[in-house]
Design a protein around this ligand. Sequence first.
Ligand code: NAD
Length: 303
Amino acid sequence: MRSRVTLRQAQGPPGMTVNMTIIDGKAISAALKAEVKAKVEEIAASGSRVPHLVVVRVGEDPASVVYVRNKAKACDVCGIKNTTIILPEETPEEELLAKVRQLNADDSVDGILVQLPLPRHISEAKVIENIAREKDVDGFHPLNVAGLWQKTPHMSPCTPKGIMKLLEAIGVNPKGKRAVVIGRSNIVGLPVAKMLLDANATVTMCHTRTVNLPEVTRQAEILVVAAGHPHTVTADMVSPGVVVIDVGMDRDPETGALCGDVDFGPVAEKASAITPVPGGVGPMTIACLMENTVECFLNRHNN
Ligand code: NAD
């Protein structure tokens, strides 16, 4: 699962080398999906129907089209039944809420995901709070968020959960480490900071008002970057040996190619481990969605 690459240590004595790991999110997510598939096969072998995920897409946002397609593909890999509902861009908010309520009441549905972002005339908060908590595979429902912060049973949000699994897969235990998180969104920054805190890291959160960001990031032993801008982290902002998790999914302003928030090449020369974009956090998000779908199924059927 780990690609071991030997690079010249940029700041070390000439000729000295460090082992650097490019964290292979594709391989780690494939292993997780294989585990999910085995669980689904066990469920089917017991004579039960298999878990069922419904994904709702409103409109034709190009990124959402790709994400929703990838989620359906992952369901197929894991043996999870999946249904994609596509609604037109101009769907009224009330109509979407009625669809969500219908899915909540449908006993054959275990997980509901409404792909974000939604068109501007629809309140994302209203949609999220209308998804039944026990079918909230994204972990965005206010009661699931509260569960994360209060350490009570909850569905974990997929991207932060995937980040913690990546760290575990490469043998990095956050306990006692200095972790720095750039970004404080509800979807990534805030929950991943809480999960790192619960794993006993000492966590610093940074945002657009942070004064002297490089001074803070140079303290990091684990650096999670979820800012949504290319070149947010440059090589001068990290210390040798740091583990870098790049959550960003951006477009390079010059080439238009998919890239992360971190200057991969120069930062990799100083890091002990780093996620590539693509192929790092992204595949883990989808694998965790598969795991959450099975968890929703089991919670509903065992309670
Ligand atoms: P967001 O826009 O909601 O939040 C960005 C956060 O970063 C904000 O809190 C902001 O204060 C902070 N920030 C922005 N620029 C900064 C800077 N220069 N210095 C310090 N802080 C700064 O974004 P989000 O939803 O959290 O997503 C962040 C990135 O992660 C995006 O590129 C998004 O596409 C990506 N993402 C990837 C996945 C995945 O599965 N790989 C999932 C979700 C989000």
